[in-house]
Write a protein that binds this ligand. Sequence first.
Ligand code: DAO
Length: 177
Amino acid sequence: AQDCQVANIPVMQNFDKSRFAGKWYAIAKKDPVGLFLLDNVAATYVIDESGKMTANAYGRVIILNNWEMCANMFATFEDTPDPAKFKMTYWGAASYLQSGNDEHWVIDTDYDNYAIHYSCREVDMDGTCLDGYSFIFSRHPTGLRPEDQKIVTDKKKEICLLGKYRRVSHTGFCESS
Ligand code: DAO
C-alpha cells in the first residue's frame, strides 16, 4: 500500500550498519529544495568499536552562485529505535559549505551492490513529504547491475518518488581531492 505517508514508509528490516560500512557511489538523486550536492557524489560510512556510525562524503557543488568545487562533508549519526532510521548531523570541511540536521533512512540494501537512502526534511499537513531528498547508491561508480534495477524501481514507487530522480555522473572531478 502506497499512501505516501512519511510515517508509513517501509525501511530496511534488520538493518545491519556494519555490513553497510564502506564506500557508496550516488548514481541517482532526488533533490531537495535548495539542492547542494550536484554530481560526483560518494559517501564512505564507518562504524567504530562502540557501534557509532559516521560518514565522509564528497561531491561537486556550486557556491556563491558561480564557484565550482568539491565539497568534503562529514556526518555523525544518532541511532533511533528503528535500526534503519538515523538522525544525521552534517557539516562541511569549510565553513561556507552547507550544514544541518537531517533524517537518514535506509529504505533497502543488499549491502554488496545497491542501497536506497531517503530523507524527508519537511512533512506536509497531510503527512506526505513536502521537501526531502534521496540517493540511490551503488558500490560501483558505473551504476546498478541490471538485476538490481527492478528492485530499485519498485522501491522508488513505494516511497512515492518514482520519476523524481536524476542521474548523478562520475567524471573524476572529485577524485584528486
Ligand atoms: O545535496 O541537497 C543536497 C542535500 C545533501 C545534504 C548533505 C549531506 C552530506 C552528508 C552526506 C552523507 C550521506 C547521505
